[in-house]
Ligand binder design. Structure first.
Ligand SMILES: [Zn+2]
Length: 278
């Protein structure tokens, strides 16, 4: 997806929208939904069947101005940090909550742990009280970033993982192989797996062992309105972001180049933020 994670300043409002928003720095929740179905009415707009996304179905943030519905803006202190509230933080918040990580002793495995969502999941798992957070990340430079972040105790190539002594596994990638790894690495009797990556539509996992080993699997998609506002709060309070070399800011004109570098095997940052000069 392109240009759906963004923040900026309100330059104009229309109709009955509160005029005091003009001049405010805001982050934008890019989910656009019907507003009427049972999911929308209960704040679960991520599950609305008519869900659309600004930046996919509508022009997004790679522009000097963008039109967004008034309900989608959240005040932020800083537009750079504000752009991190979605989806990485809000998405990670939802997944970590669904994982039920408990303080004191939980061992957590995060697969794809040095992508942006993975990094936030790592940080949130720590804050939720996980004892050990291990990260699987095949890009060595990004694995280093994961170690700088929540101080992952293990940053391992996938083949090094043999044991199934994790209480929780979060798959932020979504390949058949990573989903299988998640299922096979959690403990018998109550191990919890959260799938949030979406790389492959179908995955083959061992159904019988899910039954016999009593593994719980949960999907986690995007974020609810509540997750998004919690993410914005955390960003505004500065409780999650780390000063580090995990992201790079570039001018929008260099976008194409920046994307090429992000997609390279040896990408050295987890995120690139494109800034509209003006
Ligand atoms: Zn709806």
């Amino acid at each position: 997806m392109m240009g759906h994670e963004f923040a900026g300043e309100v330059v104009e409002v229309s109709g009955s929208v509160d005029r005091s928003l003009v001049g405010q720095k805001v982050a934008v929740n890019p989910l656009v939904s019907c507003g009427k179905c049972r999911y929308c009415r209960s704040g679960l707009r991520n599950l609305c069947i008519e869900r659309e996304i600004i930046g996919v179905n509508y022009p997004g943030g790679f522009a000097e101005t963008v039109d967004v519905p008034a309900y989608s803006v959240y005040r932020v202190r800083d537009t750079l940090n504000g752009s991190f509230s979605e989806p990485p933080l809000a998405t990670a918040l939802r997944a970590v909550r669904k994982s039920g990580i408990e303080p004191g002793g939980d061992r957590v495995l995060i697969i794809g742990g040095a992508g942006t969502i993975g990094l936030f999941a790592l940080e949130l798992a720590r804050k939720a009280g996980a004892d050990i957070v291990a990260v699987v990340e095949k890009n060595a430079k990004r694995a280093m970033i994961a170690r700088e972040w929540g101080g992952a105790d293990l940053s391992l190539p996938p083949e090094a993982l043999q044991d199934r002594d994790f209480d929780v596994a979060i798959d932020a990638v979504g390949f058949s192989s990573t989903r299988r790894m998640a299922v096979e690495r959690v403990r018998r009797g109550g191990g919890t797996v959260v799938f949030l990556g979406l790389h492959e539509p179908k995955a083959e996992v061992n159904g019988n062992s899910i039954v016999r080993d009593e593994v719980s699997i949960s999907g986690s998609f995007c974020y609810s309105d509540e997750d998004f506002s919690r993410a914005v709060d955390m960003i505004n309070r500065g409780t999650v972001l780390r000063e580090s070399s995990w992201y790079r800011v570039e001018a929008l004109e260099n976008g194409q180049d920046a994307f090429r570098r992000m997609l390279a095997e040896d990408a050295d940052v987890s995120k690139t933020v494109l800034r509209v000069e003006g």
